[in-house]
Design a protein around this ligand. Structure first.
Ligand SMILES: [Cu+2]
Length: 379
């Protein structure tokens, strides 16, 4: 029940007096969050909320009292004057004082939000791109893409058999979240590889634009382990709703374990990738790359979306000459810029892998193994 929840919220707000530490998350209020800045912002918000309530109550009480006591049936006579300097001075000065009193703490919090400490414990580079995030840990040599989770992706299509209600955290779930340790100051260096995006996580009290060609830097420090969800907050094209932000904060020992695992997996992959170029290697690498770079449009099952993204399963190009297939992936489509040129983003090996995959996945069975050398020659 909407009303019941609203009343309950107002009641808890009243009871807690808006102190972040004791505040329960409420569906009708902003989140308290898990960083110092987010709690400061919450307290500021509650202070202003109660100030407004106080002003509202006093103004409307005076008004109600006046209406009641000076009604005509009581023989009240309207006073006939205009302008009253004293009243005007008072109703100018009081709001000025209130606004000034608010500006000082609000500015202090604003400066703290998006602040950079002199010695962050670690650095993460955040790249926005249409329509996914990429996280790079320069000190650990770790880097990965964070794509919309397939559960959300499937439910978001016009599929009568699935509905958003079936997808956990619909449009707020990703395959690989940003993993960070708690109680460490983390410098985020945010940039974009194409258009302007914005990295926003309400519970961290953090939002910063991702602008191509420059880095916006700011720190986060998370107190509580947990999973925190946000979204791209700058309209960035048709996939804007499909690039959520998910941050997983782990206690430092669990984080160290995650880093070790991630490095081991990367080493394994590197060993495999530098091995001989076989159908098996190409298909395995191609499948992964397809899922992260291509499936958002062409779909995991290669069926595309009718009228928008062509099907690659049984497609003219994916089952036609290899040259034409490599061409559109390397140089993009001349007819439709939505199919970007991947030549600059992917290595020869990666393109060879994804093209091989597309030619042999689903019902495609050309048997073609495209080599990195062939890709290099086609560039
Ligand atoms: Cu975006």
């Amino acid at each position: 029940m909407m009303w019941k929840r609203l009343l309950l919220t107002l009641f808890t707000l009243t009871a807690s007096g808006g102190i972040a530490a004791q505040q329960k998350e409420s569906a009708f209020n902003m989140p308290v969050g898990v960083t110092e800045v987010s709690r400061d912002a919450f307290d500021m918000h509650m202070l202003l909320f109660w100030t407004c309530v106080g002003i509202g109550v006093s103004v409307f009480s005076v008004m109600a009292w006046s209406l009641y006591h000076h009604r005509r049936s009581r023989g009240a006579k309207a006073a006939k004057f205009s302008e009253n300097t004293t009243v005007e001075v008072v109703w100018t000065i009081i709001p000025v004082l209130i606004l000034t009193a608010v500006t000082v703490p609000a500015t202090a919090i604003l400066l703290k939000t998006n602040a950079e400490s002199p010695n962050p414990d670690m650095v993460v580079d955040v790249h926005g791109s249409q329509w996914k995030w990429k996280y790079v840990y320069p000190e650990e040599d770790i880097s990965f893409f964070s794509n919309l989770a397939t559960s959300s992706r499937d439910a978001s299509q016009m599929n009568p058999e699935t509905s958003p209600a079936d997808a956990p955290d619909y449009l707020l779930a990703v395959d690989n979240p940003l993993v960070v340790p708690t109680d460490k100051t983390i410098r985020l260096r945010i940039t974009s590889d194409d258009v302007i995006h914005s990295w926003w996580v309400p519970q961290l009290g953090f939002k910063l634009d991702a602008v191509p060609g420059s880095f916006n830097n700011a720190d986060i420090r998370i107190d509580e382990p947990g999973t925190y969800r946000g979204q791209c907050a700058e309209l960035c094209g048709t996939g804007h709703a499909y690039m959520p932000v998910v941050v997983k904060a782990l206690a430092p020992p669990a984080y160290a374990e995650w880093v070790a695992e991630k490095k081991e997996a990367a080493a394994k992959e590197a060993a495999q990738a530098s091995g001989p170029w076989t159908m098996e290697t190409a298909m395995a690498q191609g499948k992964k790359l397809y899922a992260s770079a291509c499936a958002s449009c062409h779909q995991a099952n290669g069926q595309g979306i009718e009228g928008t993204f062509p099907a690659l399963d049984g497609g003219k190009i994916t089952t036609g000459p290899v040259k034409g297939h490599m061409d559109i992936v390397i140089h993009g489509s001349e007819k439709n810029p939505v199919m970007q040129a991947y030549g600059g983003q992917l290595s020869d090996r990666e393109i060879a892998a994804v093209v091989t995959y597309e030619r042999n996945a689903w019902s495609n069975d050309t048997g073609d193994l495209v080599t990195p050398e062939a890709v290099e020659a086609a560039r």
